[in-house]
Write a protein that binds this ligand. Structure first.
Ligand SMILES: [Mn+2]
Length: 569
């Protein structure tokens, strides 16, 4: 077997045959659809996700009253404050709402907390800061606020209305705000649980425009669709499923983004070296890291200003600042990684342990999460990175499939000052002198949950195909299956009995070559992070691979990207 556990989608062949007939499509495409729960009736919308497919924003409770409240503020010139977050989702959510409100006559400002000074979320301290500066009468939170019970109570007691918009999991207590807009409060809105913070912000904007047209004779010249570039950015960056309404928002948003109308987007793309059509992967690997770098190493305000400005000269200045933050982020990351590697070599028994915990003095808080995520990926186990600052240590943890890190932390929660997050990612704070005991307890909790078995990572495979089934028609349709990302990964197939030839190294760590099936069909392949000497010596391989178009010097050719392989069974 290869590096991964190969997990083939288990769908009866009869169902595949029926899909092929009803969609008149090839077998690989039917496998792709079936593995992802797409059927005859949803396939058309999958290929061409229409904007009309977006639901009425008013179906989310609190939406219509909030739209009315915003218009009341516009009409009476009340000052509105948007309270966002420092990551790309929070910044784009804030920038979108700020753009829509200010273009329609609102007196609106924006506050983005500082990761180190203010910490995450809508807090009493950040609210006091904001109120000291201005006489706000209405605050809208985006991408945060769900757990800000005290802050909302404080605001309302000062006569400030708060509209909470958030997509984070609600806890037992809900803030008593003017309105709380979060589809996750309602099981009937399950379809909308996929939305990111910026997706909910878009819904509020949609409701605001709708209310304006119906009640304030707002004319039709304002086009909300021009803001879909921001929605695509935040949605892809936040790693929410690219299914349902997110697919509609991102597909259409990428088209707007690719036009690079917003000066900030234009400047950022130029600095990031993107000059073609923008794909979801460009957001993940090029745009989001630069926008996030502001909140990590500098101030998220720079990312917000970049997205807000209408001035191209200003935009280039902000983009250069982001580039600077990103370089600094990379340098800090490498610095911590090399310290961490030394620590692991010296102190961590990788074979005997089921988790990794490392700690260092004053490691940059904005970067430890990225380091934890690299460790979890490389060693495939829950990984925590602590930055020790005097008596307290702040930690960031990342987990792997099937291990809910919150469950693990709950087992040692008596040692923690506080913790929170998602099943795959969490933050925590602990007294430094308790770290040692925590290491032992955390490892024990992971051992208990995993039953002391090292599970290899899995590859979810759409099905088994013959190489000849991946024909020109299939490759020509590939683009229509995009955007690829969370919950819509690239098609992945198992293909058996292929003969490799003309294998050569590509860059330092990769290799490429050709594959031939028993009928002499030939296709090139690329295998990343595999050196030639790690390949099976046997004449025939079984592979797990993604078919893709290799774009090089203006030419586009089919190839297979091998993710895993072994000798033929
Ligand atoms: Mn978010």
């Amino acid at each position: 077997m290869g590096k991964y556990i190969w997990k083939l989608a288990d769908i009866p062949e009869k169902e595949i045959q029926e899909l092929m007939k009803s969609l008149s499509c090839s077998r690989p495409l039917a496998l792709f659809f079936a593995a992802r729960g797409i059927n005859h009736s949803s396939a058309e919308q999958f290929f061409k996700p229409p904007l009309q497919g977006l639901g009425d924003p008013y179906i989310i409770p609190g939406m219509e009253e909030s739209a009315k409240r915003l218009w009341d503020a516009v009409m009476s010139r009340e000052k509105i404050l948007i309270h966002g977050d420092y990551d790309t989702d929070g910044v784009t959510a804030a920038a979108l709402l700020h753009w829509v409100l200010s273009e329609n006559g609102a007196d609106v400002s924006c506050f983005l907390p500082d990761r180190i000074e203010d910490g995450y979320g809508f807090t009493v301290e950040s609210l006091k800061k904001a109120l000291a500066e201005n006489n706000y009468k209405l605050i809208v939170t985006v991408d945060c606020g769900m757990s800000s019970i005290d802050t909302v109570a404080f605001a309302q007691s000062k006569g400030v209305d708060v509209i909470v918009t958030d997509h984070h999991e609600p806890k037992a207590a809900i803030p008593k705000a003017f309105s709380v807009i979060n589809p996750k409060l309602y099981s009937s809105l399950l379809d909308l649980h996929v939305l990111a913070g910026v997706g909910i912000s878009f819904k509020l904007c949609h409701a605001f425009i709708k209310y304006g047209r119906e009640n304030h004779s707002l004319n039709d010249t304002f086009d909300l669709n021009d803001g879909l570039d921001l929605v695509a950015l935040g949605t892809v960056a936040d790693i929410v499923p690219l299914t349902g309404e997110n697919r509609i928002l991102v597909c259409n948003g990428l088209k707007v983004l690719s036009r690079q109308v917003r000066p900030g987007i234009r400047a950022l793309c130029e600095i990031a070296g993107i000059n073609a059509e923008i794909k979801a992967s460009d957001i993940t690997f090029c745009l989001a890291p630069r926008l996030n770098a502001a909140g990590r190493l500098g101030n998220a305000k720079v990312a917000f200003d970049l997205l807000r400005t209408g001035n191209i000269i200003e935009a280039y200045r902000y983009a250069e600042q982001l580039e600077g933050f990103n370089h600094k982020r990379q340098a800090k990351e490498e610095e911590i990684i090399s310290a961490v590697s030394a620590q692991i070599k010296e102190k961590v028994d990788l074979a005997g342990n089921f988790s990794i915990i490392v700690a260092g003095s004053d490691w940059h808080q904005g970067v430890i999460g990225i380091v934890a995520s690299r460790l979890a990926k490389e060693h495939h186990r829950p990984s925590l990175v602590f930055s020790i600052n005097g008596d307290l240590a702040l930690g960031s943890g990342r987990s792997v499939d099937n291990i809910n890190i919150l469950d693990v932390l709950l087992e040692c929660s008596d040692l923690l000052e506080r913790y929170g997050g998602h099943p795959m990612a969490a933050g925590m704070c602990i007294k430094t002198d308790r770290l040692k005991e925590f290491n032992v307890r955390f490892e024990a909790a992971v051992q208990k949950i995993t039953n002391k078995t090292h599970a290899a990572p899995q590859l979810s495979i759409d099905g088994e195909v013959e190489m000849r089934e991946l024909n020109g028609e299939f490759f020509s349709l590939l683009e229509k299956l995009e955007p690829f990302g969370h919950c819509n990964s690239q098609p992945l197939f198992r293909i058996n009995g292929l003969q490799p030839f003309k294998i050569q190294s590509a860059a330092a760590n990769h290799c490429r070559g050709y594959l031939k099936d028993s009928r002499e069909n030939i296709i090139p392949f690329i295998a990343f992070n595999r050196k030639m000497n790690s390949l099976p010596l046997e004449p025939l391989w079984d592979i797990v691979a993604s078919p893709q178009m290799n774009k090089f010097r203006g030419e586009s050719n089919p190839q297979l990207q091998i993710l895993d392989l072994c000798q033929s069974e």
